[in-house]
Design a protein around this ligand. Structure first.
Ligand code: GLU
Length: 441
């Protein structure tokens, strides 16, 4: 059975880059009728925070990305220890005692000599006595997995056939000197024991994948299908890594982005399929194909989310926005009328309050110099309220007769005088909602 997982580290809120990973894994499971696991990679006790564990779940729930199971790596440490013991028994795991400074120096020397900075395995050949002495002097060492120096090959779900020479990669550290179990091993144990069949993640993990394939094989697990998606860049192709902090899902939610707008964009961005607004996740899953994603960096522009958000809103029935309309201050008996008038003129739900403010408190008129006299004359002809659906037609007819203006020259100055804007809903529908007309003086 198809099983996928999204494995965030709870060291921050998740952003659009993480969402891409989450969504791809989620849609693969969804399309196949499989299982989607939310795995919290919290072996780093110092940097992991409950606030982020909660935040990640809230953000996914907001989007309707639901998981069949949640797992916490911090609760599975004994499993990782057991795997580490097995690697030790096989002779594939060795303790090392170099300090970070020493390792750094080694790397620099290698680079100076034009060699790749691969760990030289100096500790692998130490005797037990030598290691005891080092441990007595330096404390517990860190543990490295002994790579088999062959080519590691796999067919990547996005990148195609890949081949990495293990000799060009350092033996990965799987347990730190302070005993912290590192993700590289923990992830392999989880993927194997939880029956994960597909792992989709960012292309920054390609080298990890190579080493993890060897660890999986050493532990007798089944290697899942790996796929690495390209990293997101800004609209101009600039690196997004620094800006991702401002592209957290909660910031986008706060800015008024609608879930289906975000999902519709992120599920297709970087693929050969067009971005089309979908009304639910099943529709997104139906048309999802990992094989359609390209290898080039994917440009992301947050501005693209707003037209889509507007389109999500236009189609909503009143009851889906009733709460926001009430919160904007619209009296219940006017909410249906209000929604009909503004639905096609909002980008986010926040605009509801802006429109209602305009209707309830009036807009500062915008009157061009050449229209001053005309607007004053028109205002003198504006009938007393209350206005209804006929008022605009009756009024503008009278203004036309009095001033001789017609068409755009007639309507636009009046719209701008009444609403302060050059575009917006049909004025015959706006007028009955306008409670204050500042242009009247
Ligand atoms: N916790 C890892 C990360 O956030 C998970 C990577 C993976 O999907 O294996 O990068």
């Amino acid at each position: 059975m198809t099983t996928t997982r999204f494995a965030p580290s709870p060291t921050g809120y998740i952003h659009v880059g993480n969402l891409r990973t989450a969504l791809m894994n989620f849609l693969i499971a969804k399309k196949a009728g499989g299982t989607f696991i939310l795995r919290i990679d919290d072996t780093d006790q110092e940097r992991s925070k409950q606030e982020y564990v909660d935040g990640i779940q809230e953000d996914l729930e907001w989007l309707g990305i639901t998981w069949d199971k949640i797992e916490f790596q911090s609760k599975r440490l004994d499993r990782y220890e057991a795997a580490a013991d097995r690697l030790r028994e096989m002779g594939r795991f060795y303790e090392c005692f170099e300090t970070p400074t020493e390792l750094d120096l080694k790397r620099k020397k290698q680079l100076n000599m034009g060699k790749p900075p691969v760990y030289d395995r100096a500790m692998f050949s130490k005797t037990a006595e030598e290691k005891d002495a080092l441990r007595a002097e330096r404390g517990q060492g860190h543990w490295r997995f002994l790579l088999d120096q062959q080519r590691i090959e796999w067919t990547d779900g996005i990148l195609g056939d890949l081949s990495i020479d293990a000799a060009s990669v350092s033996d990965p550290v799987l347990i730190r000197g302070d005993g912290q179990m590192l993700y590289t091993l923990a992830s392999v144990v989880d993927d194997t024991e939880m029956g994960v069949t597909h792992v989709v993640r960012g292309s920054d993990h390609v080298t990890n994948t190579a080493t993890q394939i060897q660890i999986i094989e050493a532990l007798g697990g089944t290697v899942p299908t790996f796929a690495h998606h390209s990293l997101l860049t800004g609209p101009q192709g600039e690196a997004l890594s620094k800006r991702l902090g401002t592209l957290s899902l909660r910031d986008l939610r706060e800015a008024g982005v609608e879930p289906m707008a975000l999902l519709s964009l992120m599920a297709r961005l970087g693929s050969s399929d067009p971005v089309e607004l979908r009304s639910n996740i099943d529709e997104l899953a139906d048309g999802f194909d990992l094989g359609h994603f390209g290898t080039a960096p994917t440009k992301f522009d947050a501005d693209d989310l707003y037209p889509l958000t507007g389109r999500v809103l236009h189609d909503l029935p009143l009851d889906a926005v009733a709460e926001d309309i009430a919160a904007a201050g619209v009296p219940a008996d006017q909410s249906a009328q209000f929604w009909e008038v503004v639905r096609e003129n909002i980008t986010t739900r926040k605009d509801l309050a802006t429109w209602w403010d305009l209707f309830a408190n009036g807009a500062d008129p915008v009157i061009d110099d050449e229209d001053k006299e005309f607007v004053a004359e028109a205002m003198a002809l504006l009938p007393e309220g209350p206005f209804d659906g006929e008022t605009w037609g009756v009024w503008t007819k009278a203004v036309k007769e009095a001033t001789g203006r017609k068409g755009r020259g007639l309507f636009m100055p009046l719209r701008k005088a009444l609403t302060g804007q050059s575009h917006g809903p049909d004025m015959s529908a706006v007028l009955p909602l306008l409670q204050v007309i500042k242009a009247k003086g």
